[in-house]
Design a protein around this ligand. Structure first.
Ligand code: FMN
Length: 354
């Protein structure tokens, strides 16, 4: 019996296994609207036996996108174009969620394959905002510090975007509070040097994410799981820590968050991250045990036996994979074979099962 291929139930959603597709920006949207690239990209995972697909970081407002070609979810047109993608995933029996995001000081980029990194005004770029007027460094300009009314508007924007996700048919939503984007910028004392109720103490730095999670929870159905992706550590002296993450996750659980998607880093490109197979798994384990909330682990998980061991030993409730899914979108079909587990193949592919 494989634990990786066992069911997991959260609120009204039954995940038929615990191998999930991690959110991955595709820089292929037009005005925040999905394109045929998304149909094929997400469709390939939906035919590959995964238990859940998380769609990429999706801006809740135009200035919340990472790049000019990122997905957005602030209007009906964007929601309507996501609907066939969701419907196809459902036709394959696959659960699908969407990651709602605001890039803050790390926005207004061009796709990474462009010949220059930042979008000018003429190219559709915008003025970036952040908790404090501190640049991420390198190519990034100094952002403008948000006012308190603007922060409150963004809380509402996350909730409105979540309502559009419900309308588009998604099974769950994830709030992106990791990787040095806006919410993480509020959490980390390195990027948040405010002196009002949104800066300084742990209580103040966590106010924004808790307000967003509370607001989103009230507008989505009771049966719908709510995930939050965090960076468990900045990997920096004087930065956000795993101890603070544990305390935050207890509070997120109290406001109705169902699972923490545990990543790390993103506050500084110079952070000494000890990248190695499964290097973020200990964070997922610690949060699962100490905050008593389901977690999923991510980061250099590429082997079926490695993934199985993470679930079997209780280090996390699910695993997410990103780059391995780019190499092999149907990875779970192969992993099931290796673990002697059962996974449903689409009828059209059965002759490849062997
Ligand atoms: C092309 C690409 C795009 C990504 N976009 C996102 C994103 O939209 N949101 C997010 O939280 N993480 C994003 N990530 C990070 C992945 O979700 C994942 O956490 C990271 O790649 C580590 O997992 P892996 O070792 O399995 O690739 C992206 C990674 C890649 C490779």
């Amino acid at each position: 019996m494989s634990d990786l291929f066992s069911h997991l139930s959260l609120r009204g959603v039954d995940f038929h296994n615990r191998i999930w597709v991690s959110p991955m920006c595709q820089y292929s949207a037009i005005d925040g609207v999905a394109t045929q690239w998304h149909d094929v990209h997400i469709g390939s995972f939906a035919t590959g036996g995964t238990g859940m697909i998380m769609m990429e970081a999706t801006g809740v407002v135009p200035e919340g996108r990472i790049s000019t070609a990122c997905l957005g979810l602030w209007n009906d047109k964007q929601a309507e174009r996501l609907r066939p993608i969701v419907d196809f995933a459902h036709s394959m029996g696959t659960i699908i969620g969407i990651q709602l995001a605001h890039a803050g000081r790390k926005g207004s980029c061009l796709p990474p394959w462009s010949d220059h990194p930042m979008a000018s005004k003429e190219e559709g770029g915008w003025e970036c905002v952040a908790p404090s007027a501190i640049s991420f460094g390198g190519k990034y300009p100094v952002p403008r510090a948000l006012s308190i009314p603007e922060i409150r508007e963004l809380v509402v924007a996350f909730a409105q975007s979540a309502q559009l996700a419900v309308k588009a048919g998604f099974d769950l939503v994830e709030i992106h509070a990791a990787h040095g984007y806006l919410i993480h910028q509020f959490l980390s004392p390195i990027s948040n040097q405010r002196s009002d109720v949104y800066g300084g103490s742990f209580e103040n730095r966590t106010r924004f994410i808790l307000e967003i999670a509370k607001e989103v929870r009230t507008v989505i159905p009771d049966s719908m799981p709510l995930f939050v992706r965090i960076s468990a550590s900045d990997w920096l002296k004087d930065g956000w820590t795993i101890t603070e993450s544990v305390e935050l996750c207890k509070l997120l659980k109290d406001v109705g968050v169902d699972l923490i998607d545990v990543s790390s880093g993103g506050t500084s490109s110079g952070a000494p991250v000890p990248v190695a197979p499964g290097y973020q798994v200990p964070f997922a384990e610690r949060i699962r045990i100490e905050a008593k909330i389901p977690t999923c682990a991510v980061g250099l998980i590429t082997e079926s036996k490695q993934a199985e061991e993470i679930i079997r030993s209780g280090k996390a409730d699910a695993v997410m994979m990103a780059r391995e899914f780019l190499r092999n979108p149907r990875w779970p079909l192969q992993a099931a074979k290796e673990l002697n587990a059962d996974v449903k193949w689409p009828n059209q592919l059965l002759r490849g099962k062997g």
